[in-house]
Write a protein of this length. Structure first.
Length: 150
């Protein structure tokens, strides 16, 4: 069983079929293409996307439906192709794809989530993209604590 060193979790073991592959990397991190999703019972529903190649690189994420139960996915056809999904319809969150929002926590500010550009993972192939939904009306700084604005 492969394992990797992480900054926040020490050494973790994972199964090869648990890898999440980003064929084009992530915007700003194009060289980072393999990640492992780490979930811990005490921090659910948080998901930690840990880079396999870089021990210090770990993104904090939440399932989009935990933030907005009415969230509507609108993945561009190019991204559907990268994911290996049919282009004639949007995939079902939870059944066909995992859809995560990256969480940002800036000093002195309330935490926000990026619903404009979620991480979308094909549950069958484990291929992933950060799908920018330009005309969705979602924000890249959706407040996670009610009553806050960005």
């Amino acid at each position: 069983m492969p394992s990797l060193e992480t900054r926040h979790f020490g050494v973790i073991a994972y199964q090869a079929d648990e890898l999440i592959e980003f064929p084009g990397g992530l915007p700003g991190f194009e060289q980072q293409r393999s990640f492992v999703a780490i979930e811990q019972p005490e921090t659910r529903p948080l998901v930690f996307l840990q880079s396999v190649a870089e021990p210090a690189l770990c993104f904090l994420a939440l399932p989009v439906l935990a933030i907005d139960p009415d969230y509507r996915l609108s993945i561009p056809s190019e991204d559907l192709g990268i994911l290996g999904l049919p282009g004639e319809r949007q995939p079902a969150i939870g059944a066909e794809v995992l859809c995560l929002a990256i969480v940002s926590v800036a000093e002195g500010r309330s935490p926000t989530a990026n619903l404009l550009a979620p991480i979308v993972v094909n549950l069958e192939s484990r291929r992933a993209v950060q799908a920018i939904q330009t005309e969705s009306g979602y924000s890249h700084q959706t407040p996670l604590i009610e009553g806050t604005a960005c």
